[in-house]
Design a protein around this ligand. Structure first.
Ligand SMILES: [Zn+2]
Length: 281
C-alpha cells in the first residue's frame, strides 16, 4: 500500500478554520502532480445528482461559503481530484490522502466540509464492475452520508465505529439493516473517552461481520479524530492504535484500500505513518 497525494489538496480551503485546513496534511509530500480533473468529474454522477454537482461547481466558481467552507475555483478541482485518487486507490489497494473529506456528503447534500462522497463513488464503480464491496468507516464521526447512500442495498456492506451523541447525531445501533441472516448496515457507537481497548473490541466484531459478507474488496474511511489530541471529538485513542488497526486489516483481507477522512490536530502525518507501519508489523 502506498500513499496517493495530489498538490490540489494543498490548495483547497487554505484559510484554515479551527478544524478543516491544509495544516492537516502538513509534512506530507504530494507524489502525483497533475491538474487534470475532467476525466474524474464524469464519475461524480455515479452517486450524485446533476443538480448537486452543478450546485457545488457553481458555488466553487463563485467562491461561496458552503458546508462551513469558503470555496474557491480550486476547491472544485481538489474535490474532483479527491474522487479520482479515491478511485485509483480502490484499483491499486492504496491510501488516498485527500481533501476535502467526504463521508458526510449525501447524494444531494453537502455537509460539514464534505461535498462529494469519494468512497461511495469508488465503491459504486466497483459494484458496477461486479465486485462485492464492504466499507468500514473508522473516522471518529458517524459516516452518515455513506450509510444513507447504501442503506438497504445488498451490494455494499457498511459499518461505522464512532463517537455517539455528537455531530451528525446518528450512528445508533438501531440504524441497521439485515437481510437473510447477513448484516448490510451495522453501527458501533462508542462513548466519549472511549479507549483503544473499546475501539478494538468493536473493531473485531465489525471485522467478523465483514468476513460473513465475504467482500472482494474492503474500502476504509480513515479518520484520525478519535485520537486523544483531536479538537473536534473526545475519544482517547493512542498513536499505537492505528498500527494495530492496519495490522488486523492486513491479516484478514487481501484487497483493501483507504481514503483519508477527518482528524483535527497536528499529528495526522504521525497517525498515517503509524497506520502504514501496521502493514509490515
Ligand atoms: Zn470526523
Amino acid at each position: 500500500m502506498k500513499i496517493l497525494l495530489d498538490t490540489s489538496s494543498f490548495r483547497h480551503n487554505t484559510l484554515e478554520n479551527n478544524y478543516e485546513g491544509t495544516y492537516r496534511i502538513a509534512g506530507l509530500q504530494a507524489n502525483i502532480d497533475t491538474q487534470e480533473h475532467i476525466q474524474w468529474e464524469d464519475y461524480l454522477s455515479l452517486i450524485h445528482t446533476q443538480r448537486h454537482i452543478h450546485k457545488i461547481k457553481r458555488s466553487c466558481q463563485n467562491s461561496k461559503i458552503l458546508a462551513e467552507v469558503q470555496l474557491t475555483p480550486e476547491s472544485y478541482n481538489a474535490a474532483c481530484r479527491a474522487v479520482g485518487l479515491s478511485i485509483l486507490a480502490s484499483q491499486q489497494n492504496d491510501f488516498a490522502i485527500v481533501r476535502p473529506p467526504w463521508h458526510h456528503a449525501f447524494r444531494e447534500l453537502a455537509s460539514w466540509f464534505c461535498f462529494f462522497n469519494n468512497i461511495a463513488i469508488a465503491a459504486q464503480k466497483l459494484v458496477n464492475e461486479w465486485k462485492k464491496v464492504a466499507i468500514i468507516d473508522i473516522d471518529g464521526h458517524h459516516g452518515d452520508g455513506t450509510q444513507r447512500i447504501f442503506f438497504e442495498t445488498d451490494q455494499v456492506y457498511f459499518t461505522s465505529i464512532h463517537q455517539v451523541g455528537v455531530f451528525p447525531w446518528t450512528g445508533y445501533q438501531y440504524e441497521t439493516w439485515r437481510w437473510k441472516g447477513v448484516w448490510y448496515t451495522k453501527n458501533f457507537p462508542l462513548e466519549k473517552w472511549a479507549s483503544d481497548k473499546d475501539f478494538l473490541y468493536a473493531f473485531d466484531e465489525a471485522l467478523s461481520h465483514i468476513k460473513d459478507f465475504n467482500p472482494d474488496i474492503v474500502g476504509v474511511s480513515v479518520g484520525f479524530d478519535g485520537y486523544y489530541k483531536d479538537r473536534a471529538l473526545g475519544m482517547d485513542f493512542s498513536l499505537e492504535l492505528y498500527r494495530e488497526v492496519w495490522k488486523r486489516f492486513s491479516q484478514n483481507f487481501e484487497n483493501i484500500f483507504a481514503v483519508l477522512e477527518g482528524g483535527y490536530h497536528e499529528d495526522i502525518k504521525e497517525c498515517i505513518d503509524m497506520f502504514l507501519d501496521g502493514i509490515n508489523s
